[in-house]
Write a protein that binds this ligand. Sequence first.
Ligand SMILES: [Zn+2]
Length: 155
Amino acid sequence: MQKTAKAPPALKAPDEGVMDQQMSLNSETELEKSICLKCDATLYEPIGSMRVPCPACGELSRKFFREANEKVFFRDVMEMKGKHGGKGRPFFEAKTGDNFYFKEEKWNHLEQIVDRDNDLYIKIITDPETGEVIRNERKPLSEHQGHGSAKVNGN
Ligand SMILES: [Zn+2]
């Protein structure tokens, strides 16, 4: 029987470390929408965390835009895009998910459709608790873009 050397103290699981891990686990991830500076990919990234390279091209820089200069958080967002022949600007974009509105301090459900073929812009915001429609916009896309809010161009 040989006496083994004492394990170095660093191998002991420090209680503090375990605490930190639990603290960083968030059931609700707050995401911020951004556009990759290089390849224009739409990304949803956790707010306040270290930025990771763009999954498409590896770029770290982003252009951020927020709707109407309001700080908006996104959650469970699904996005759909349709392109003619898989190339060029999408003719159809649909987005559905939850947005956090600071003005009202609550999560609302958002559905947004951009249909370039039919020059149509639809935005429906509903209260997920009551089902009440808070906002129902339906207008020509050309009119909506006249406000000059989110500027996205393909270089
Ligand atoms: Zn990119």
